[in-house]
Write a protein that binds this ligand. Structure first.
Ligand SMILES: [Zn+2]
Length: 383
């Protein structure tokens, strides 16, 4: 049982991110884990984060939806969590996967405003307005499981002041995210300079945060400030370019990934490369036989996405996303091509990669649960 739980927590770990290109909603972790009505269980449980993420994935009809979690520091020593759960949250904090704050205040709303993301909370919009008059309650956008009629629900609040479209950053957000920032505090998990690391640097985790994935600073008196340390951030120059691509298998987006000029990405059945995108778990036997361990490589060069086939069997390009067989352009092994607007790379019928907004939705399948390994819990999603 203990082993199963830690597998679920590992799966949830893949769904928390402070990367502005990947996060799809903002949550207050303390609120989510104490949402006891979700399962009627312990006063606090980290598994509830998985339930909320699942609900969001179903709502958005996409697998692997990361959330941006703001965490009150007291949670790292919360006695209502198991020691294993506390350890996991501390690890997320150390790795900068979540944002830990002494006093979160309305940072959750600030992040939502800067990034143009919905806030998932049980607090009704009128209780949250004030500094954020753009908060609106979207009818029919209830995102979390409801345990009973009239019971508490999570409500998506989306920005409406600067723009009616969720996912559009506020002007301040666009400005802040055009630069990279440096925190003077040594070892800052959010705005660290990379490298350094002191006596145990060789023992620290190899995966270094790319400045392209830095979270948005908080604004204090108009100055970009580290939300964790309260120190003013130094401007580290323009933020590196990045591009987001999505893998779609069987009509459903399974995951998104970020490309930077320093970090190409290899996609395949089971690539050996660090940061490789593994497709194996979504493929049927035939697709698994056809698709190579490493099948295609994506690079970002001067803002252009270049795809190179590195497979045995080759791939195809669907220009402008056209599904007509006559339009399909073969991409032979070792051949490269610039991925033009709307283009989709096809590794095998139904296995496609492209820019997420250009991959039409309409999924015939339900997303895979992040809770797959956990004891089953009854869930009901109001529509
Ligand atoms: Zn800092």
């Amino acid at each position: 049982m203990r082993f199963e739980i830690s597998k679920v927590l590992d799966a949830i770990e893949g769904r928390v991110s402070t990367d502005p290109s990947l996060a799809r909603a903002v949550v207050d972790l303390a609120e989510v884990i104490r949402y006891q009505d979700l399962d009627g269980g312990r006063p606090a449980s980290l598994l509830r984060l998985g339930m909320v993420i699942d609900a969001l994935a179903r709502e958005l009809e996409e697998d692997s939806i990361p959330v941006y979690a703001v965490v009150h520091r007291a949670l790292l020593s919360d006695a209502d969590l198991t020691s294993n759960e506390r350890m996991v949250v501390r690890r997320w904090a150390d790795d900068g996967l979540v944002e830990v704050l002494d006093n979160p205040g309305d940072r959750m709303l600030e992040v939502a405003d800067l990034l143009g993301l919905p806030v998932l909370t049980r607090v009704r919009a009128d209780g949250l307005r004030g500094r954020y008059p753009w908060l609106v309650e979207q009818a029919g956008r209830v995102l979390a499981p409801v345990p009973g009629a009239g019971g508490p629900v999570f409500i998506a609040h989306v920005g409406g002041g600067h723009t009616p479209v969720a996912g559009d950053r506020s002007p301040a957000g666009v400005k802040l995210l055009s630069r990279q920032w440096r925190c003077a505090e040594p070892g800052c998990a959010l705005f660290g300079g990379g490298g350094g690391g002191g006596a145990f640097a060789d023992l620290s985790r190899v995966v270094e945060r790319s400045p392209a994935g830095q979270p948005p600073p908080t604004l204090r008196g108009g100055a970009p400030t580290c939300p964790r340390h309260g120190t003013r951030l130094g401007d580290g120059g323009p933020r590196p370019r990045s591009a987001v691509l999505a893998v779609r298998v069987g009509g459903l987006i399974r995951r998104r990934f970020v490309l930077t000029e320093d970090q190409p990405a290899v996609v395949g059945r089971a690539p050996d490369q660090v940061g490789g995108i593994v497709l194996g778990q979504w493929l049927n036997d035939e697709a698994r036989r056809w698709i190579s361990r490493s099948h295609v490589r994506f690079e970002l060069r001067v803002g252009e996405v270049i795809v190179t086939d590195v497979s045995t069997n080759g791939s195809g390009i669907r220009p402008g996303g056209s599904m007509a067989e006559a339009d399909r352009v073969p991409l032979a092994p070792q051949q490269s091509r610039v991925l033009a607007e709307g283009d989709m790379v096809e590794l095998y019928p139904g296995v496609q990669i492209g820019r997420p907004d250009e991959l039409p939705a309409g999924a015939p399948y339900t997303p895979t649960s992040v809770m797959a390994e956990a004891p089953t819990m009854a869930m009901r999603l109001p529509r």
